[in-house]
Design a protein around this ligand. Sequence first.
Ligand SMILES: CC(C)(COP(=O)(O)OP(=O)(O)OC[C@H]1O[C@@H](n2cnc3c(N)ncnc32)[C@H](O)[C@@H]1OP(=O)(O)O)[C@@H](O)C(=O)NCCC(=O)NCCS
Length: 243
Amino acid sequence: MAAFREGEGRAPIELHSLHLRDGLHIPDSMLSVTEKKRAAAFRSSAARRLFVAGRVLCRGIIGNMVGCAPQALSLAITPSGRPYLCDYPEIDFNLSHSGDRLALAVCHGGRVGIDIERLDAFPEEIAFEIMPLILSDQELDRVQRLAAEARRTVLLSYWVRKEAALKCLGEGFLANPQTVTLDPDGTTSSVEAPPLGEPIAIRSGRFDGEESQHFHWAVATSNATTELLWRHHAERDFLTRFL
Ligand SMILES: CC(C)(COP(=O)(O)OP(=O)(O)OC[C@H]1O[C@@H](n2cnc3c(N)ncnc32)[C@H](O)[C@@H]1OP(=O)(O)O)[C@@H](O)C(=O)NCCC(=O)NCCS
């Protein structure tokens, strides 16, 4: 995507997804020294690959957007772990992974949080345990009235929307997910006493991945009316374009 210029109206929020196949090696040469150290500290090679691929995707997309070499972008993380760009405060981004799928959201102005989860992220019994921890009393009541299978799907849709909101706000699950209350229609939400001082809008949906994997996604942003633009990258394009 071409660099966004002032006066052209609000740029859409770019959403990128990437499916990493087994065994794909992703070099960490584009990463900073700190990121390389963090990558090296992962015990699980799958988790390491996801981390490296996330940083490569993020550096590649944002570097292209601002006209800067991907490896020259300076990224830091807040005390609660939220990554941000040091030199472009007008651009916000957020990453999420589930299984071998990565998602990146990038916006100009305001803040963004993204979450993706595989539809089969957790079994019914785990769903039962999680529900009272993340749902408000009203939401819990609503979900408990549903049939078992619908309950799990609806819970997951609550989960991704709440996590996206908490990631937008920056605290993640250090904040209480019960403070993010969602409207029943599932398209809008409100956050109690948002630290940003502005309402957070949450949009969500589903996409179908390869091998019958289905994902719930949610994007929370202070740019309530900005268009969302999904781009699903084939692994081949990712390798040739970004590495
Ligand atoms: C944010 C959080 C909900 C993400 O959970 P998760 O299961 O890893 O979920 P996702 O895959 O959707 O998101 C991971 C990405 O969110 C981003 N992230 C991490 N912390 C974040 C935060 N506080 N706010 C927003 N985004 C955050 C990172 O980019 C991370 O990916 P990366 O490590 O590859 O860069 C969870 O890590 C959390 O609650 N963190 C805050 C509390 C904490 O443990 N802090 C650690 C101190 S450094």
